[in-house]
Ligand binder design. Structure first.
Ligand SMILES: *Cc1c(COP(=O)(O)O)cnc(C)c1O
Length: 233
């Protein structure tokens, strides 16, 4: 009930707590605090809760669906023009136009057809959101992402042939597996391809991800609370 009545207070306090835990995890890993950026994941939460985080001073956010982001974000971006928005969910080729218009970072580039559509759209519009390549480190058939064994070749195509602004890699480890093996694998693929950005770690495991070199952690529940069941993927 308190959550319902005072979402702003809650969210500001949760946000401060997560930011502090990130700083502590970075320090424990001998990394400068500025190395790790929190992506506050507002998916499935109403715009008002995301606005509370913006009003608390936070500026980097993630959404996993283009349509939902289009419903929430134009007004929020108008009110907070410095806000940066990451797409962290799967992107269909027919939504590339809308995604490139709205997002500042696309974390889910994972197949040649999508990469080609993105390259064409960036060429036409001149808008060039940073791109991360999503790697399916657990090789789960139902999950998006490039299989690890195809990663080097796909990164090469995106960077060299299509000239996409590829900055790094993203992964979502299998739910019930020890995440550190997946984080280490992502770090190794990034290292051998000369990529700096590692988007890995969520509410349950972001401290471990930071130990393994995460530069972006995507945290939803620990900031905004449990997601409402309606309207969820
Ligand atoms: C929902 C989501 C998150 C955040 O998950 P929490 O466990 O709520 O922190 C992170 N990454 C992706 C890709 C997501 O879809």
């Amino acid at each position: 009930m308190v959550t319902q009545m005072e979402p702003e207070t809650d969210i500001a306090a949760n946000l401060a707590g997560v930011i502090e835990r990130i700083a502590e995890a970075a320090a424990a890993a001998d990394r400068p605090p500025g190395d790790v950026t929190l992506v506050a994941v507002g998916k499935s939460h109403p715009a008002g809760r995301v606005r509370a985080a913006l009003e608390a001073g936070y500026r980097v956010f993630g959404e996993n669906r283009v349509q939902e982001a289009e419903e929430k974000w134009p007004d929020l971006k108008a009110a907070f023009p410095e806000a940066r928005l990451h797409l962290i969910g799967p992107l269909q080729s027919n939504k590339v136009h809308r995604a490139v218009a709205l997002f500042d970072v696309i974390e889910s580039v994972d197949r040649p057809k999508l990469a080609r559509s993105l390259a064409r759209e960036m060429e036409t519009t001149g808008r060039r959101p940073d791109c991360l390549i999503q790697i399916n480190t657990g090789e789960e058939p139902q999950k998006a992402g490039v299989p690890p064994e195809d990663a080097d070749e796909f990164i090469g195509v995106c960077r060299d042939e299509l000239a996409l602004p590829v900055r790094g890699l993203m992964c979502i480890p299998p739910l019930h597996e020890e995440p550190s093996l997946h984080f280490a694998l992502l770090r190794e693929i990034a290292r051998r391809n000369g990529l700096d950005v590692l988007s890995m770690g969520m509410s349950a495991d972001f401290e471990i991800a930071i130990r393994f070199g995460a530069t972006l952690v995507r945290v939803g529940t620990a900031i905004f609370g449990p997601r409402p069941p309606l309207n969820r993927d």
